[in-house]
Design a protein around this ligand. Sequence first.
Ligand code: ADP
Ligand code: MG
Length: 347
Amino acid sequence: MSNTKVLGIIGGGQLGIMLCQAAKNLDIKTVIYCDDEDSPAQNYSENFICGKYDDETKIKEFTSQVDVVTFEFENIPVPTLKKIQQIKPVYPDPNVNFIIQHRSKEKNFINQLGIKTVDYKNIYSCKDIENIEKLLPGILKTTTLGYDGKGQYIISNLQDFEKIDFKNEFILEKKINLQKEISIIITRYQNGNSVIYDPIENIHKDQILDTSKIPSNIDDKIANQCKKYAIKLAHELNYIGTMCVEYFIDESNELFVNEIAPRVHNSGHLTINAYNVSQFESHVRSVCNLEAVEPVMKSAAIMKNIIGDDIFDYKNREFKSNEYFFDYLKKKTKPKRKMGHIITLED
Ligand code: ADP
Ligand code: MG
């Protein structure tokens, strides 16, 4: 049994909300640490500390209140996580963030395990724009801090580089014709055993996740390959907790890893309603060293994200008994901001 009574969570968005709810069901208290005073997760946790992610005093205060620390977004400064780790366990280990915070280190790590990513090249200065024709049309992505398509530019020809500010480091990735996008949610426990959810099929609009669906419509061979890679990646990272691996399948059925999210993931929201154990509960169980529960799909499901002002269409609507609307109750609506989601269970 676990000795964890209080779980510290860094980050206070919707993923934080759902982690707090899962912890509560397991009788574990939560403290949220977030740099946004309007953080929606504070309404679901026992305590909330607002501070910058490098504020040593506030981070110390947070650390003293909790037994174990985890996070709901990956871009926390690694030195902050390492300082916390000197005092309390941090899961997953901050070394995971060191790799995954940087697109080029992440892809290199994946490729070294013999797993394919889409062809890419590091573009760290304008001098690197040589012999890149084979990568066009491509997508230029900042190596750090990108999410929901932020920091990405389509490059069709060499002139398109003229508008790029080379203060940032980038990678240029070949733009492929996607047949499908798939994600795998996996939870690895402290004894090294993993539990894995069925592949989820994802549709993105404007580079933001729009819908996720289970079961996915992919053949068994690809499904097994996706699962095998996720297990290998989690093992090699010595990962503790829930993580997500995003995959591309191209027109000729070739499988690539797009990226790894070292945390619970938007595409896994449907596990709340469609499984016996959600990705959030599995994460809390793992980081608090509770017993593993094998995930079993109870129902087919579709999740739709509600972005920006679309949330107002849902707030006063009536829902059918198989529809589960989740309003993150964010104070400000912004274009492209995830405001809620709706999960529909199907027979
Ligand atoms: P983020 O870190 O913002 O999630 P991703 O690299 O996952 O960035 O890109 C977001 C989405 O953009 C992907 O899910 C996919 O739909 C599209 N995309 C990204 N890279 C490529 C690519 N090389 N070829 C085709 N589509 C891509
Ligand atoms: Mg992504």
